[in-house]
Design a protein around this ligand. Structure first.
Ligand code: GMT
Length: 378
């Protein structure tokens, strides 16, 4: 099949999923066209079936705002026509699904449109009344719509109420890269590099440091944990909350045991060094970093937000606490780390569970089956 993919190319779970999906489809023989404003950041492979089409967003002085959506729609329509695409897969309802619908009209061709909802487009933008009609239009104008968790599917129905079925297709990670092979050696090397004693416990979080990630709760959780045992907190990433987090760390007087490592390209080594991965968000449709960390052997603690409890089976493959309850988080982490047998058994159950429920090849087949249903092809 000839498939167009549009996503936000910057760091973020939706861009990663769109990119990994494109790579896997190309490896299976499909012709894949990325139509984006920049090269997706995880697209570090050059496969003969992968084509990249970049939009130039021109900032003419007559425009108060550069017309990203219109330029992108125009580029997508060009690629549809030139390459005879069968289907375009848009990641995010706004603006991308709307761009896809516009592009199809511009091309005058009957290309199929699949839209995947990732979370922020619904759980945050869905509360903005000025965007609700656009989101509903993007969803209803697509031929098929998927969401990355049951929780997001349900929330979309509640918030937007589209006249369209939405099916859940879970996220996945590349298990050939994110796995536990060499975990101990990597942990030893990383601890040496960061001056962490080998028997010190490592707690970790990575994100784009937005307010909804509630990194302050993570820092407060850690502050309690480190009173009970030797532990270090490693925070990877950067964003709007970085400064206030830095202040909080100082205020709690825990600067000597918190590593603010900023953006990192080799996140995998940090996952491998960590005993516990924390994701205590206010809103989170899935939590892709959680799944990456779990594949690398880090046991997760998540909040009850969104789809996190679909990824973690509470008490079996990780731990769940109410949003905002950092005292409970600290208590659960301490109890688990003080009981190595329980930790190891949870870690094993976690690896067994995710390698069945989030298998890349099975999830790619779900997308292919959906494409086939829409095009009657393949
Ligand atoms: O979490 C973010 O802030 C980034 C955002 C994105 O658009 O990339 O992530 C969303 O999509 C990911 C991939 O499907 C999900 O794993 C994240 O949970 C989701 N973020 C939120 O729902 C807040």
């Amino acid at each position: 099949m000839k498939i167009g993919i549009t996503c936000y190319p910057s760091v973020g779970g939706s861009g990663i999923i769109a990119t990994e999906l494109g790579i896997k489809l190309a490896e299976k023989g499909h012709e894949v066209h990325f139509i984006t404003s920049n090269i997706p950041f995880r697209l570090n492979t050059s496969h003969h079936n992968i084509h990249i089409h970049q939009t130039d967003i021109t900032d003419y002085s007559v425009f108060k705002y550069p017309p990203y959506d219109i330029t992108l729609a125009s580029k997508i329509s060009e690629v549809i026509t030139e390459y005879g695409l069968d289907l375009i897969h848009m990641h995010y309802a706004v603006p991308h699904a709307v761009c896809g619908i516009l592009a199809r009209q511009m091309s005058g061709l009957d290309v199929r449109i699949v839209t995947t909802l990732h979370g922020t487009d619904i759980t945050v933008l869905g509360h903005d009344m000025s965007l609700v009609n656009a989101i509903r239009f993007g969803i209803e104008g697509s031929d098929a719509v998927t969401a990355v968790s049951d929780s997001l599917t349900q929330e979309t129905h509640e918030l937007i109420g589209p006249d369209k079925p939405i099916e859940t297709i879970y996220n996945f990670v590349d298990e050939t890269y994110f796995n536990t092979a060499g975990r101990e050696e990597t942990a030893t090397r990383m601890k040496k590099r960061y001056g962490i004693a080998q028997d010190t416990k490592v707690l970790m979080h990575t994100s784009n440091f937005r307010k909804i990630k509630r990194i302050d709760d993570i820092v407060r959780t850690f502050s309690i944990v480190q009173e009970q045992m030797d532990a270090v907190l490693v925070l990877i990433g950067d964003g709007p909350e970085t400064n206030s987090i830095r202040h909080l760390i100082k205020e709690l007087d825990i600067d000597s045991s918190v590593i603010l490592a900023g953006q990192q390209t080799d996140v995998k080594s940090f996952y491998m060094m960590s005993d516990i991965f924390l994701l205590l968000s206010q809103k989170e449709s899935f939590g892709l970093a959680l799944l990456e960390a779990m594949h690398c052997g880090s046991v997760p603690i998540g909040s009850t937000a969104g789809g996190i409890s679909e990824v973690i089976r509470d008490g079996q493959t990780g731990l769940i606490v109410e949003v905002g309850d950092y005292s409970a988080a600290a208590e659960k982490i301490t109890d688990l780390l003080e009981d190595p047998k329980r930790y190891e058994s949870m870690q094993q159950q976690m690896i067994d569970d995710i390698s069945i429920r989030f298998r890349t090849d099975v999830i790619i087949e779900e997308y292919e089956a959906l494409y086939k249903r829409l095009t009657g092809d393949m």
